[in-house]
Design a protein around this ligand. Structure first.
Ligand code: 1GP
Length: 254
């Protein structure tokens, strides 16, 4: 089964999917196996692997470790052209639609395309939209975007509609890693009502209640990163997964 079809199936069966972002720049190889095994046993549906800024040359090695232990799809969430590898199951082929840097809209993609084809890597075309989140994150800085104002869901919805008209497969609403505030529920609601594309939401999601609220508002996939990089928090993975998989909640109050 293609990774994209797997994701659609998860959404269909569970209400929404739970994706964990693993940043190779922050992973220590000796812990990777345990992190991956614990996450998938706790209900993580797939891993996203990538970093807005890599400061160490560890992408291939780290991806290899993740892949070695993972039974669920490993999807590259590339922060740059240096994050392409044939070891993954798929890659989010990201266009930063609201960027001021044309290379990030379509430019780098021209360099990436032949390499991706050579690796026979599944591409999931994704409109990546940065949303204002109370602080200027690395993702905002590196993507050269004006973030979409929080109180303007119609702007996000219009971008999503344009993405759908271009034939893009996913919309990713990004508050940025470590965001003070996650993407507003009203924005998720409007975007998910405006297009039939699955909507991925990430950045600043630190409680199962928030994850549940955003999934119920229309997010098809919830992404967490930062929170689970902190010691002790991985005990909460199960709770997050249960909160995101709202179709499976029978009589459980979150
Ligand atoms: C992925 O940027 C997010 O979209 C991850 O954000 O690290 O804040 O969970 P956090």
């Amino acid at each position: 089964m293609k990774t994209f079809d797997y994701l659609l199936d998860i959404r269909q069966r569970k209400g929404a999917g739970f994706l964990q972002l693993l940043d190779p720049d922050k992973l220590a190889n000796e812990n990777t196996g345990n992190i991956v095994k614990h996450a998938q046993d706790s209900g993580v549906d797939a891993f996203l692997v990538g970093s807005s800024l890599m400061t160490r040359d560890v992408f291939e090695k780290s991806l290899g470790e993740i892949k070695k232990y993972s039974k669920v799809p490993v999807i590259i969430f590339p922060g740059s052209l240096f994050q392409i590898s044939g070891q993954a199951d798929a890659i989010l082929f990201l266009t930063v639609l609201a960027s001021r840097n044309t290379d990030l809209i379509v430019g780098n993609h021209v360099h990436a395309a032949p390499l991706i084809r050579q690796h026979n890597l599944e591409t999931i075309s994704t409109a990546y939209l940065l949303v204002e989140s109370g602080k200027f994150t690395t993702a905002h800085f590196m993507s050269d975007s004006f973030p979409i104002p929080r109180e303007k869901p119609e702007i996000a919805a219009s971008f999503a509609m344009a993405a759908e008209m271009f034939g893009i497969k996913l919309v990713y609403l990004e508050a940025g890693s470590g965001a003070l505030e996650s993407v507003p529920r009203e924005m998720i609601h409007m975007v998910s009502k405006s297009v039939s594309l699955p909507v991925v939401v990430g950045g600043g999601i630190r409680t199962p209640e928030k994850a549940h609220e955003l999934a119920s508002a229309g997010a098809s996939f919830i992404v967490t990163g930062n929170f689970f990089e902190k010691d002790g928090n991985s005990d909460k993975l199960k709770e997050f997964a249960r909160a995101v998989h709202f179709k499976e909640l029978k009589g459980v109050i979150v």
